[in-house]
Design a protein around this ligand. Structure first.
Ligand SMILES: *[C@@H]1O[C@H](CO)[C@@H](O)[C@H](O)[C@H]1NC(C)=O
Ligand SMILES: *[C@@H]1O[C@H](CO)[C@@H](O)[C@H](O)[C@H]1NC(C)=O
Ligand SMILES: *[C@@H]1O[C@H](CO)[C@@H](O)[C@H](O)[C@H]1NC(C)=O
Ligand SMILES: *[C@@H]1O[C@H](CO)[C@@H](O)[C@H](O)[C@H]1NC(C)=O
Ligand SMILES: *[C@@H]1O[C@H](CO)[C@@H](O)[C@H](O)[C@H]1NC(C)=O
Ligand SMILES: *[C@@H]1O[C@H](CO)[C@@H](O)[C@H](O)[C@H]1NC(C)=O
Ligand SMILES: *[C@@H]1O[C@H](CO)[C@@H](O)[C@H](O)[C@H]1NC(C)=O
Ligand SMILES: *[C@@H]1O[C@H](CO)[C@@H](O)[C@H](O)[C@H]1NC(C)=O
Ligand SMILES: *[C@@H]1O[C@H](CO)[C@@H](O)[C@H](O)[C@H]1NC(C)=O
Length: 392
């Protein structure tokens, strides 16, 4: 009888045991289960650490360097520190969700991850990537008490969502050049400063509740919608923007005095300007074509759209100023505007935005829900695009 087969069986089973330890998926709910993977440097597969019952408040996986899968750390109520000090790369998603005591997150070596989500972390006050997080597609930070986000140095990203971080005063994305999806920033600190000074291309953008916005000077085209809502800056300039394929919304910016879009020629959606109470002059000097509707309401004294030759949808201009004359706007009726609806009013106490295509019947909203109005405007532009296609 030979010992060789027994030797192979032994070898095989020990290799299996060693690799099984660092092979996922691993579902971890206790310190003992965590101990089993503590020695792994490279993990093949996904790790989920959820509802861990632990006497310690430290979750230490400081050997781990790479995860070929997802790493999800979720709902660990007592954990106050997560140490992933050697982690360089996660091929899938890295998620920290709902770890309510989490105060310190050590991601010293992290440089590459497909998507990172940090959400509902009500004790986490700093988000830092000391080695520079340079490869990332999707970045989400919501409901934390972080005051800054440091070390996000990617040049190209897909989606970015940063919302409801009420102490967040500074977002530095000055390495970012391209956003292939949606960038959405809202409801962070009212004193938030956003630096996007290298950006040249955005698919879609939603910028809300910002005190300062640095950048957008080089952006030439937007493929989807772009909106600026509830910001407190006094001036908004899109000096190099020539085309927006979707809707441009500028509303509820109570301190906005200057809106400058000197090169904009075409809007695939609507032009929606509402409730910017300090904005006295709306001027889009090169705008020729709007496939959706033109909806401008507020307290302005002057609207200048000297190049406008084609509005596929309707038009609604209403101001509370008594100094405004509808004379110029009325010249657009019929020839330039194709939609059924045409309204121009000055000296109205409560300007109403929202144009409807309901067969010419006026169903103006009373402006209490700008969200609904924006959705409505977007639908209208869609419908009007479809109608104009059908007519062709
Ligand atoms: C974790 O806890 C939540 C709430 O207590 C529960 O709904 C969920 O099923 C738990 N998940 C696991 C994997 O134990
Ligand atoms: C985490 O564990 C490593 C050993 O794996 C140890 O060297 C390190 O000090 C621990 N970190 C903390 C913060 O305790
Ligand atoms: C807001 O931020 C600016 C600098 O970004 C600072 O000078 C100013 O004091 C801050 N204001 C408040 C109220 O925190
Ligand atoms: C404006 O956009 C064009 C075309 O993308 C580009 O060549 C030019 O450098 C941009 N100008 C500025 C000031 O960014
Ligand atoms: C608005 O623009 C004009 C001319 O470009 C400039 O003189 C003025 O300082 C700007 N006002 C604000 C508040 O930025
Ligand atoms: C504006 O409206 C007020 C109240 O409706 C009216 O008294 C006033 O004469 C109007 N002014 C102009 C210039 O039409
Ligand atoms: C109307 O315009 C005149 C001069 O253009 C100005 O003196 C007056 O203050 C303006 N009135 C209002 C209500 O803005
Ligand atoms: C729309 O208006 C046209 C004529 O203006 C009318 O014939 C048609 O019945 C109306 N459609 C609806 C759904 O009201
Ligand atoms: C305009 O601002 C007022 C007061 O803040 C708000 O109640 C209303 O909903 C806003 N309307 C629109 C269309 O944004």
């Amino acid at each position: 009888m030979s010992l060789v087969p027994i030797f192979f069986v032994f070898l095989f089973s020990s290799v299996l045991a060693a690799s099984r330890e660092c092979t996922g998926p691993a579902q971890i709910g206790s310190t003992q289960e965590l101990d089993a993977i503590r020695g792994c440097q490279i993990f093949d597969g996904s790790i989920t650490i959820q509802n861990i019952t632990s006497s310690e408040d430290l979750l230490n996986l400081s050997q781990l360097q790479k995860v070929h899968g997802d790493l999800v750390i979720n709902g660990n109520a007592d954990v106050s520190q997560i140490v992933l000090a050697s982690l360089q790369q996660v091929d899938g998603s890295l998620k920290f969700q709902n770890n309510r005591q989490l105060k310190r997150l050590d991601l010293t070596q992290l440089t590459a991850v497909q998507s990172l989500e940090i959400s509902v972390q009500p004790s986490l006050d700093a988000i830092q990537f000391p080695s520079g997080l340079s490869q990332i597609e999707t970045f989400t930070v919501t409901d934390t008490i972080a005051s800054k986000i440091e070390g996000l140095v990617a040049g190209k990203m897909k989606d970015i969502k940063i919302a409801n971080n009420i102490y967040l005063k500074d977002i530095n994305l000055n390495h970012l050049q391209q956003v292939g999806g949606v960038i959405s920033i809202s409801a962070n600190s009212p004193n938030l400063s956003l630096d996007l000074s290298s950006i040249s291309s955005i698919y879609q953008g939603d910028f809300r509740n910002l005190a300062r916005l640095i950048g957008l000077n080089q952006v030439h085209q937007v493929t989807g919608d772009i909106s600026f809502i509830g910001n407190t800056f006094s001036s908004l300039a899109l000096p190099n923007m020539t085309q927006i394929a979707g809707t441009l919304t500028v509303s509820d910016n109570k301190q906005l005095q200057n809106l400058t879009v000197p090169q904009l020629q075409a809007l695939g959606g609507a032009l929606s300007v509402a409730n910017n109470t300090q904005l006295t002059h709306v001027e889009v000097p090169k705008l020729q074509q709007v496939d959706g509707t033109v909806d401008i309401t507020g307290n302005f004294e002057k609207v200048d759209l000297p190049s406008l030759v084609d509005v596929r949808g309707g038009l609604n201009v209403q101001t509370s100023s008594s100094n405004f004359s509808c004379e110029d706007v009325n010249k657009l009726k019929g020839g330039v505007t194709k939609g059924h609806e045409f309204t121009c009013k000055s000296n109205v106490s409560n300007p109403k935005s929202g144009v409807s295509l309901n067969n010419g019947t006026d169903t103006n909203h009373d402006g209490t829900d700008s969200g609904v109005d924006n959705i409505q405007v977007t639908w209208i532009s869609l419908i009007s695009i479809i109608i104009s296609l059908l007519i062709k």
